[in-house]
Design a protein around this ligand. Structure first.
Ligand code: HEC
Ligand code: HEC
Length: 368
């Protein structure tokens, strides 16, 4: 019996053994795409790898709950465990739960909206991030303010304002674009002389799978010779051509297209799964355009961990769209144009493509 078949059979047994919970299972099971206006449509003939970058755990759902559903291949006990864990994630905390007089938000979901990103664009809304990280020059926390500005609550430490500065640019073919850079100011707290870094909340789906990747696989990836594969195939000619450009112009050097096989972990559905998150999970210096002066762990202020690109085409289903660590990129195209440093070559190669070929790369990203 193949592994997916075995998993399916095991989850069937779980259901058969617990008939009284079937009603609950029905509540937890995805009943297909919600009819959302303007939501991306995933067609059955899209390349399998793109549709199934999470292997058997992948959710085929393009509505506003796309990021909120449990792994599809989970048996009932793990779905219940997932639902239990989701309760505190969605719970609005109050003083009775320990919410302090200064804080950043009153729930996880307040920032990780629909398990996706925090709102950005014009005006960050109350209780929804972003977060301003703070540090002394050596990276250690500020003795009073700690590691981040707590900008909400009756005893808020200060008020955070984000303005945007537009920076016009041009492709070699003359097509103009404009990128925006955040300009952060704080009222009510003295952050002068501190290192600061603005962070939008990233999506949280798929974290269990990333955690199940064997660290030895990542160490092997740090070897630059290990970047030559291309696991992307399989039916839409535009997506296929975009995928080919993606590897050819060097994006896959970091947003790796070869699959991983996850280790055996305590959640069976996340174990021994073939996944393609489109990341090497390594730190890269992306140049001065994105750098701030705040070191974090082993990362310098110019280094960022390659984010997974799986599901990135569905970003907008939670009601807003923005990219990069601080949400400055309004579109996928802007996200690419901010790449510099180690990704300078890939960015330049993207810019040198014809407008039609650039559109294919973007088409590929939106299919993920
Ligand atoms: C005030 C907004 C905010 C709230 C509330 C919040 N987060 Fe986050 N979360 C962030 C930001 C910003 C980051 C990125 C931090 C960074 O870049 O260092 C993050 C990162 C994460 C990550 C890491 C994702 C990754 O890809 O590395 C996880 C997991 C996470 N949060 C879970 C939670 C949980 C669980 C809660 C509730 C207990 C929560 N968050 C509440 C803003 C928030
Ligand atoms: C040297 C490694 C590297 C290369 C090469 C690279 N990227 Fe990235 N990419 C990153 C890192 C690191 C980030 C996160 C930067 C940040 O948040 O400020 C990122 C962010 C992104 C994002 C935004 C993701 C999100 O969740 O907000 C997109 C989209 C993206 N890259 C696409 C591409 C494309 C397309 C190419 C090829 C033209 C490419 N990248 C080449 C490392 C790389």
């Amino acid at each position: 019996m193949s592994r997916p078949e075995a998993k399916r059979l095991r989850s069937l047994f779980a259901v058969a053994g617990l008939p009284c919970l079937v009603g609950l299972a029905w509540l937890l099971i995805d009943r297909g795409p919600a009819p959302a206006v303007g939501a991306p449509v995933l067609t059955a003939d899209a390349p399998d790898l793109l549709l199934r970058s999470g292997g058997g755990t992948t959710t085929i759902h393009a509505g506003d709950r796309a990021f909120s559903l449990s792994a599809r291949s989970m048996g009932l006990p793990d779905r219940i465990r997932f639902a239990d864990g989701d309760v505190p994630f969605e719970h609005p905390f109050g003083p009775e739960d320990g919410l302090g007089a200064s804080h950043n938000a009153d729930s996880c979901l307040g920032c990780h909206v629909g398990n996706g990103r925090s709102p950005a664009a014009d005006g960050f809304v109350a209780d929804a991030g972003p977060v301003l990280l703070l540090a002394l020059a050596d990276g250690s926390p500020h003795p009073d303010l700690g590691q981040q500005l707590q900008d909400r609550g009756t005893a808020a430490e200060g008020t955070l304002t984000v303005d945007w500065e537009e920076e016009p640019g041009e492709y070699p073919d003359g097509t103009p674009f404009s990128l925006r850079r955040p300009v952060v100011s704080v009222d009510g707290a003295d952050v002068s002389g501190l290192a600061t870094s603005l962070r939008a909340a990233p999506p949280v789906f798929g974290g269990g799978l990333l955690e199940a990747i064997d660290v030895a696989d990542l160490r092997a990836l740090a070897d630059p010779d290990d970047t030559d594969g291309d696991g992307v195939h399989r039916d839409d000619p535009d997506v296929q051509a975009g995928a080919a450009w993606f590897t050819q112009i060097g994006c896959a050097a970091c947003h790796r297209t070869e699959p991983y096989v996850t280790a055996t972990v305590d959640v069976q559905a996340l174990s021994d799964e073939v996944i393609t998150p489109f990341t090497d999970l390594l730190l890269h210096d992306l140049g001065p355009g994105l750098a701030d002066d705040l070191p974090q762990g082993v990362a310098t202020g110019a280094e960022w961990r390659t984010p997974p690109l799986w599901g990135i085409g569905l970003t907008g289903v939670v009601g807003h769209e923005h990219y990069l660590h601080d949400g400055r990129a309004r579109t996928l195209e802007e996200a690419i144009l901010w790449h510099g440093g180690e990704a300078e070559g890939a960015r330049s190669a993207f810019m040198a493509l014809s407008a039609a070929d650039r559109a294919l790369v973007l088409r590929f990203l939106s299919a993920l």
